[in-house]
Design a protein around this ligand. Structure first.
Ligand SMILES: NC(=O)c1ccc[n+]([C@@H]2O[C@H](COP(=O)([O-])OP(=O)(O)OC[C@H]3O[C@@H](n4cnc5c(N)ncnc54)[C@H](OP(=O)(O)O)[C@@H]3O)[C@@H](O)[C@H]2O)c1
Length: 274
């Protein structure tokens, strides 16, 4: 599949279309977040990723309103936080997110982490929200194969998305394959390893060859793996840089070189030990 424009989208298992590139917002707040979201939207980003835990949904709602872009042209994701899991609490969390975002539906709602003993009930709440038409797609985040399998065994709807830590030091090939087979769209969080990609000599070398930056190389590598990617920046030059990834293609050899950097190394928490 050739992804050649910021407007290109992937089709989820329920036929909903999701942009390949999104704007991450973890640890962003206040004026710089509002301006960041507005700038990202002005240059073509159409997916905004937030979570109740980020405590920034209100600002994102304001920025989206200010942008003047019709609601139905923007794909908004939020997530239910760990302490609010369980059936009733999740329904409440969802409504609170809508209120803070000042919108009347979400495009994608995710279970932020697989809280043991809770996530099945939480998923049943997401199934209800989906059936009630309050959210266009539902999914999970930080789910390993055994968590996904458990949902598939005990629930009715297969998650449409799994948002996971994914970057050159953590490729999780088996999880990627499992998701592909089951039509679960993978989405990368911390795609830039929070800036560490600039320190990987192999990526710096590939970047020179394509006249691109290390960030652009790694984000393009995501796309060529058919992984949705949501880099975060509050700086205009970087927001622009991170979107300038649609005019080149990594060769198969360079894709393999980046795949080969895998160390199965997490910079975030382990989903089995959170
Ligand atoms: N589901 C989950 O559990 C989970 C966990 C973590 C994150 N997420 C989501 O995924 C998004 C992205 O992950 P992330 O924020 O952890 O990390 P990231 O996108 O890998 O990296 C963000 C960091 O890299 C810097 N940066 C951005 N663009 C850059 C560039 N072109 N060159 C060099 N440095 C650059 C940013 O700084 P500046 O802002 O100063 O430019 C920021 O410090 C989050 O914002 C959030 O929406 C989800």
């Amino acid at each position: 599949m050739k992804i050649s424009s910021i407007n290109d989208t992937t089709e989820l298992s329920n036929k909903i279309r999701m942009p390949w590139l999104g704007y991450g917002t973890y640890k962003a707040s206040g004026k710089e977040l509002i301006e960041g979201v507005q700038f990202a939207l002005s240059i073509g980003y159409r997916l905004i990723d937030t979570a109740e835990m980020y405590d920034n949904e209100e600002e994102i709602g304001k920025a989206i309103k200010k942008s003047g872009i019709p609601r139905n042209e923007i794909f908004i994701t939020s997530k239910v936080w760990n302490t609010n899991q369980g059936y009733e609490n999740t329904l409440k969390s969802f409504n609170n997110s809508l209120k803070r975002l000042n919108i009347d539906y979400l495009d994608l709602y995710l279970i932020h982490w697989p809280v043991s003993g809770k996530y099945i009930e939480t998923w049943k709440a997401l199934e209800k929200l989906y059936r009630d038409g309050k959210v266009r797609a539902i999914g999970v985040s930080n789910f390993l194969i055994h968590h996904l399998q458990n949902i598939m065994d005990k629930c009715e709807i297969v998650p449409m998305v799994n948002q996971i830590e994914f970057h050159p030091h953590l490729v999780q090939k088996d999880l990627l394959n499992f998701c592909k087979i089951n039509k679960i769209q993978v989405e990368a969080w911390s795609p830039l390893m929070r800036g560490r990609i600039n320190d990987i000599p192999e990526i710096v070398n590939i970047a020179k060859k394509y006249n691109k930056t290390p960030a652009q190389i790694v984000l393009r590598w995501d796309l060529q793996h058919e992984v949705v990617t949501i880099p975060k920046s509050v700086h205009k030059e970087r927001i622009k840089e991170n979107a300038n990834i649609f005019d080149f293609e990594l060769s198969e050899i360079d894709m393999k070189i980046i795949d080969g950097l895998d160390q199965n190394k997490r910079y975030g928490a382990d989903p089995d030990d959170f």
